[in-house]
Unconditional design. Sequence first.
Length: 306
Amino acid sequence: MQYGLAGFPSGASGVWTFCEIQDGDFISFLYGARAHNLYRVVERKAYKDALNLPPWKPLTFKESKKTYSFPFRLELKLIRVFEEPLVRAEFSYVAENLLLRGGYRKTHFQADQTTLQSVSQMGSPFSDSIASLALPPHEIFIPAFARDSKLLRVPEVCRFQETILQTAIRRYLQQEEKLASFLGGLKLLTHPTEALEVLGEKALPQGHIDLLIKLRTPLGSALKIPIEVKLNAAQAKDVLQLRDYEQELGGDCPGTILIAAEFNKRTIAKARSFGMRLVRYSLNVDFSDLPNFDQICQALNLEVLP
């Protein structure tokens, strides 16, 4: 808060956060069951040798003996000042996620447009300036990804994991033309794409939906389309998991989508029996060349199975 900075650790969760949060996004901090302030992301930077950079000291865990620095950082502009308890009705989307997750188990999660609109009216506007943090000489890097463990050099080269794939798919679907083509091919385009938003992980009693397509401002209806994403081949258990999500969402859910690299005959048959939509993803990229996140997004293709 002193310097308008957010730092994330030098592991899988940190690089995922760095990829998922984009310049221009709005964020608040959750601490002690309260939401603190509204910020806008001005710039994202990944710093080499962050062990020696202020303001955060390295963190060593007693059990694993691993030491984490904070190379993945967001430079923030303070927009509104407030400190509000999460018990307010305006934070219901956030509070439900926290309750069903059992607490702060991840670095962040995405709220919906309705929450942002409410938060944008809380507290008071901030028009002053905050302190600037002076850093010693440093270098920045763009994180890359590999599938081969021999190529990993965390945090500069991280493993390509399912969370990164989920984020790439969300980025793909946030483009209105691609979202319209995607939902049209699945026969799920029931609303104009500008009325929809594509959110990250959403917690339900049955588990965590990887991606959720929903109406930005529900009026009379509350469309919700859950998407399950698998890095490798889909399994029958993934179909059953999606079926549970569909039953929990009830009449607001017109269909479910399973995205994976491959599908075997048994999985396809079970999915068809539930009326589930299947989509095969592919990445036209050579991971031995260590692509960055933007290159992965550009290489992504989604193919609707007939």
